[in-house]
Design a protein around this ligand. Sequence first.
Ligand code: PEP
Ligand code: MG
Length: 637
Amino acid sequence: MNHPIIRIPFARGLAALTVVASLAGCATGPDAEAAIAELSEALRSGLGEEGAKPLSAPASIATLTADPSPPRPRSDDPNLILGVAASPGVAVGYTYRIQHQEITVAEAGSSPNAERRKLEQAIGQARGEIEALRAKVHGQADAGKAAIFAAHLELLEDPELEDTATNLIDKGKSAAFAWKQSYSAQAEILSKLKNELLAARATDLRDVGERVLRILTGATTEAVSYPDNSILLAEDLTPSDTATMQAGKVLGFCTVGGGATSHVSILARSMDIPAIAGAEPRIMDLPNGTPVILDGSKGKLRLNPSPDEMEQVRQKQIRLKAKREVEFAHAEEPAITKDGYRIEVVANIGNQKDAEKGISLGGEGVGLLRSEFVFMERDSAPSEEEQTQIYSNIAKVLGDRPLIIRTLDVGGDKPLPYLPIPHEENPFLGVRGIRIGFDRPDILRTQLRAILRASTQGNVKVMFPMIATLEDWRMAKAMLEEERQNLGLPPIQSGIMVEVPSAAVLAKQFAQEADFFSVGTNDLTQYTLAMDRGHPKLAPYVDSLSPAILSLIGMAAKAANDHGKFCGICGGIGSDPQAVPILIGLGVKELSVSVPTIPSIKAQIRSLSLADCQQLAAKALTLQSGAEVRDLVPLDD
Ligand code: PEP
Ligand code: MG
């Protein structure tokens, strides 16, 4: 069978990989699946806190394997438009349609040399623009958005894009024509892939391509000034559209394209505004200024609501805002239940800025520093000195508050450019997490020395990811101890991520040796349910509140408590208000949550009683599904 072949760039400037879009499974060939997984992961990393709360089914859920064009949910009510829940929340506003103008280009070029130079210069300028955008969002402490623009830089570096264009230039075409052909063809193929994550990346490729094209043709992007209270309607929004949006004017998005995993959804979530993707195409026929209620949690756009309905939503928003203000005002206070039981609320962070923000929101320390962020976004591994500096700076920011540094958690599906990892048949079951540290002890030992040295600056603890066996733990612990003795420093606390089911099942044995546990429910859920945590088709079923996962959490917490150790949670459900009472009832002592949710999780804990939570947890363990557990803890409306 002849397969259309495209080359897509993937993480951090590695050579482009050949992806074969086959009719059967979207990719074949030895590297194809790895390329998809790795590109998907690199791009998905913009998600930041990725909980294991079931997502609404992507629009294409029913036919991912059968038909490349996904079916859309449709409503019979002319005033109701359905789509995919892409970013939670509700907004009331007025529609504003965005249409991207097609940039027209002349086909014939001047001399090939001159056209090639033009193209190179335009690509260089585009790179500068994207770097500036990335720096801007980084400056706004928005690691998620910054990661998206980092991914855009990768797309721009794909040699295949430029090679295809250069071939056309050599045939007498203009740089603009050749470039447009090149990226459009690749984007077209991407958009037809049945892998939803990859298909959604077609928009990113078009965004990058158009940026270069505008430079080549001198086409300007008018800085759009949106009316107040706009709900943007578009075929698709590019990350560039959203990065330059004026905060406050745009209240939400509704796009025909995209899905729960597309960048527009990621960006909407990071902007904390509701969004719907994969909506019915008739949104593009709506006149500007149509009053609407956009419900990003349910994936619904209600047209022409009655003034009463509009008012109800506005009132709800006012109540929510007031609630947030009260929570923020009490953020510094400890999270103590009504019956006097204290839960530590700490932050999941990736860098020093997150740590500062976490403290400003009442965080009582850091329960998870994902140290891979220190290793990503660079071309070589950070030295011992550099790491010591970075960890020390964070420890100093935290003072005597705890800082749990997780050792490097990459491998398999999360590539590092300077750490070539052979192709894995099952990346999540392969050499990842602590297994990388055993495979490359030089890297782990360097990191352990840096962590130990930083421990002199604060309350530093070390945590090992992906511990599956007692041998794993003992080997990691022995390496820590050897490095500690070599450095002549005092011992530090060391613990394990409980994210492989075997670690929870053997929690009693681990609790005799480890100082603490932190349950990584994102991975624990995928391994327990045998469902890939990023699989678009399985997303609606991956729920960390499934009684099976709760039972494992309960085992870990009980074992820790019985041995006088503490058990925390650092997976996404720590930040999920429906999970919080149950986790507390199961005996969890520390919740490590996404930074923005710290004040609300603390406030929620103050409203609970341990006795009630214990009853709730006991009941949850008898239920049959995550959905039944969620029904036990209804969300406030
Ligand atoms: C987890 O698996 O729950 C976790 C916190 O680790 P990560 O999401 O970084 O894999
Ligand atoms: Mg994990």
